[in-house]
Design a protein around this ligand. Structure first.
Ligand code: DOR
Length: 443
């Protein structure tokens, strides 16, 4: 071809809509314009992907970057920097910030803060609360918004919609899929006595037990059906919920996390203490195996990280004053490639979980596929690279990962966003030029 391109990726194994193919990809003005033999094509940038597998850009639909927040902590710049080092091209940021993202003004503020500082493309959730429930139909359509997030159980921050009447009110307001943290707050309060000062972190899954999760998800599914509203159930952790959600695939999509697919109680609490503390909790191995079975049966629709950048100082407070959450945006790709190499999932399933799945669930325009007319977003991986995950590698201001010291096979080698190479062989190329993602339902 004699056409000229801004970028061609040559000599890689490319995950095309027809499957993995030895072919090249050409990008112009941020858009994929050619898939084929581009060996002779003229291009401003030529990326030799020999030995690499070229995947669609990875989308992390659950991160907490705490923008706005205290200056010494994580923000959109450091959070998205970690994302691109980990091969992530798009993030959706959660609303449990201080102040929470619950109004049009705060949404506009977040979008403007992201311009010139976000390394990835981005969108923000609008947080549901009893106070803004009536306005959500308008708020969920704001530019830069990926949809509503509802906390049915309290976690970090003050956002909470606990009782059926308020949950129903949120579900009646608007049309887009509602994303939900599903733990029953009434049961959490009733049992809070169990984790008084001095309790062991291994009590976390006893307090926030299987019944806490199942009760909430059962209530949510009933209320969603009554409201004729789609829901996206985040970080599902129990075998019982996987079985339940399999009965509701018409209205419910499901996210699981690498933390819950990789770690298990009681070992994780013995080894990591409060560094394994998160909501909903990491549970015993039988649940982890059920999540894997659900993932491979197609009940699970995507994987997010729930990146929660609590500092070491915060995490080292005695349980239960230690905050819940693990960092993760940078480790999702290596962890999942390692699981693939260990035979836990296929490359097809991995791409569906990390790229195509999130784009489909949220109706993200031009994302999630390597196809002509789509954004030139790519995650280039070396399926066979052997590396060790270490705290030193983590760009998050939190500076730690629960997977420190873990040897993995499979590593992100390049991150390309709308045709711009932003990470190659672990080196960043700036400046950050992330843009808001657009969505089918708010075209
Ligand atoms: O462990 C968690 N931490 N789970 C959540 O849902 C929220 C997150 C956070 O914001 O710290």
């Amino acid at each position: 071809m004699s056409e000229s391109f801004d970028l061609v990726i040559v000599n890689g194994a490319v995950f095309t809509p027809g499957g993995l193919a030895r072919t090249d990809v050409g990008v112009r003005d941020g858009t994929i314009v050619a898939i084929g033999d581009l060996a002779q094509a003229k291009a401003a940038t030529r990326y030799d992907a020999t030995g690499l597998t070229v995947l669609p850009g990875v989308i992390d639909e659950q991160v907490h970057f705490r923008e706005p927040g205290p200056v010494h902590k994580e923000d959109l710049e450091s959070g998205t920097r970690g994302a691109v080092l980990g091969g992530v091209t798009v993030v959706f940021e959660m609303p449990n910030t201080d102040p929470p993202t619950t109004t049009a003004e705060r949404m506009a503020d977040k979008v403007s803060r992201a311009h010139g500082r976000a390394w990835t493309d981005f969108a923000f959730y609008i947080g549901a609360s009893p106070e803004n429930a009536e306005e959500l139909a308008t708020l969920e359509r704001l530019p830069g918004c990926c949809g509503i997030k509802m906390f049915m159980g309290s976690s970090t921050g003050s956002l909470l919609v606990a009782d059926d009447a308020n949950v129903a009110c949120v579900l009646r307001s608007g049309n887009r899929r509602v994303t939900v943290h599903s733990e029953d707050d009434m049961r959490l309060s009733e049992r809070a006595e169990m984790v008084k000062d001095g309790a062991d972190p291994s009590m976390h899954p006893e307090w926030r037990d299987v019944e806490t999760a199942v009760r909430s998800t059962t209530r949510l599914l009933k209320l969603a059906r009554e409201a004729r509203r789609r829901v996206h159930v985040l970080h599902v952790t129990t075998a019982e919920e996987i079985a339940l959600l399999a009965q509701h695939k018409d209205i419910a999509t499901v996210e699981v996390l690498p933390q819950h697919l990789t770690l298990a109680a009681p070992e994780c609490y013995e080894r990591l203490g409060t560094y394994a503390q998160m909501n909903p909790p990491i549970r015993e191995a039988r649940h982890r195996e059920a999540l894997w079975a659900g993932l491979n049966a197609g009940i699970v629709d995507c994987i997010g990280s729930d990146h929660a950048p609590h500092t070491k100082e915060e995490k080292e407070r005695p349980y239960p004053r230690s905050p819940s959450g693990l960092t993760g945006v940078q480790t999702t790709v290596p962890l999942m490639l390692n699981h693939m190499n260990n035979g836990k999932l296929s490359l097809d399933r991995l791409v569906d979980m990390l790229c195509t799945g999130p784009a489909r669930i949220f109706g993200a325009i031009r994302k999630g596929r390597i196809a002509v007319g789509y954004d030139g977003d790519f995650t280039l991986v070396d399926l066979k690279a052997k590396r060790t995950i270490t705290n030193d590698w983590i760009a998050s201001r939190a500076g730690w990962t629960a997977f420190d010291g873990m040897d993995v096979t499979g590593w992100p080698m390049g991150t390309i966003i709308r045709g711009r190479v932003v990470m190659r062989d672990g080196e960043l190329t700036g400046p950050p030029m992330g843009q808001p993602v657009r969505f089918l339902e708010t075209l």
